[in-house]
Design a protein around this ligand. Structure first.
Ligand code: KG4
Length: 378
């Protein structure tokens, strides 16, 4: 089965064609980052307008590159920014009607958890991932610009949120720190590269002990979820702000500026950035360790733009090794938002389909999992 996937939930206009849930035949991603970076974050109206302008071209290129024929059209209908989601949903409806093929709606976060199963060719490391249908009872983690979520997956296609951030997503924590330190938007990749270069040169540097974002048991914001599986990054962000206020020379003194991992900055900023990243990586690793202790999982499935972070991958790989659980990660190009994860998921799990899909609206707050709804194999 060959499926076209369309993704417009945030600031990427993306489309891809995937065969049999895993083989990416074509994938086109138009990123709007240059449009949003002057504002230091995603501006929903700008995102929406850019999706409208680009979607025809992006989808057309993905279909052409795959030879023109698809059996179904899949689209992300939530969660995400309403004005951005609406563009993809409406375009997908029109396209499915005009092609005379079924329309499928999928959940963006569930799609991120499909990304480790995607490959371009048998030479890719992800080709060796197990068949998703034989995954067993797995633990999932999505860390992205908009979400930080631990998900229990009793089998492929069944999801239950068991932990989440109470405030900022991990990607937001990276982006806000980068903004504060004058590194520009988005900041995740820059912080990753600068920190790696700094720690290569200063492997035993004493890092700033930033808080690890552990919420207190019983806080209302937990909404019944266990504190040991939840994270809060707002305190970390405030701790960084206070640290910079106490030591204004960190941002004011530009002496010693040079290249750190491809980015020009000072040793003082590189040191703070490495410390900050360490706190995020440790917070995430601690929650995953707690989740892995709760039951015997068959695999750990990692997705989302932040899952590309080298330190986070390293610490999570250590946790999985210690627990004896295989860790499945996506190819770098499929960690961020893309159409392939949408198409791949839709091959195996149709969250909304048929007439219901033709009536679906964008659902900005769509939740993971759908208790009471059957997961359906195609
Ligand atoms: O998955 P994604 O494209 O968007 C959402 O679905 O939200 O993730 C984008 C986020 C941004 O916050 C970006 O700063 C972060 O992922 N990011 C990283 C890295 N690469 C991208 N964060 C940390 N380390 C990276 N290497």
């Amino acid at each position: 089965m060959t499926v076209l996937g369309i993704e417009t939930s945030c600031d990427e206009t993306a489309a891809a064609v995937v065969r049999d849930a895993r083989e990416v035949v074509s994938s086109v991603v138009y990123t709007q980052i240059p449009l949003h970076s002057p504002y230091g974050g995603v501006v929903p109206e700008i995102a929406s307008r850019a999706h409208v302008e680009k979607i025809g071209q992006v989808v057309g290129s993905a279909i052409d590159a795959a030879g023109g024929k698809v059996d179904a059209v899949a689209v992300t209908y939530g969660p995400g920014l309403a004005p951005a989601l609406i563009v993809g949903v409406n375009f997908a409806k029109g396209l499915a009607l005009s092609l005379g093929v079924p329309l499928v709606g999928v959940n963006h976060i569930e799609a991120h958890l499909h990304s480790p199963f995607l490959f371009d060719s048998p030479a890719d490391a992800t080709y060796a991932a197990p068949d998703p249908r034989k995954l067993g009872h797995a633990l999932g983690l999505v860390v992205s610009g908009g979400n930080t979520l631990l998900v229990d997956m009793p089998e492929y296609g069944r999801y239950e949120t068991i932990g989440e951030t109470l405030d900022d997503a991990a990607g937001e924590a990276f982006d806000k720190a980068a903004k504060l330190l004058g590194l520009g938007y988005p900041g995740g990749l820059k912080i990753d590269r600068i920190a790696a270069a700094y720690l290569r040169e200063n492997p035993s540097a004493a890092l700033v002990p930033f808080p690890k974002g552990r919420p207190r048991e019983g806080v209302a914001a937990l909404s019944g979820l266990p504190a040991e599986l939840c994270v809060s990054f707002s305190g970390l962000k405030t701790a960084l702000l206070r640290h910079v206020q106490r030591h204004p020379e960190i941002v004011d003194d530009r002496s010693g500026t040079r290249d750190w991992g491809g980015y020009e900055t000072t040793p003082a900023i590189a040191h703070v950035v490495a410390s900050y990243q360490e706190a995020i990586a440790a917070a995430i690793a601690e929650r995953v360790r707690a989740a892995l202790r709760r039951r015997r999982y068959s695999a750990f499935v990692l997705g989302g733009g932040v899952s590309l972070n080298s330190r986070i991958r390293e610490t999570l790989a250590e946790e999985c090794r210690a627990a004896g659980v295989p860790m499945l990660t996506a190819l770098p190009k499929y960690t961020g938002d893309n159409g392939a994860m949408v198409a791949g998921l839709a091959c195996l799990r149709r969250r909304v389909e048929g007439d219901e899909a033709m009536r679906m609206d964008a659902e900005p707050s769509l939740e993971v999992g759908d208790a009471g709804k059957e997961s359906r194999d195609v």
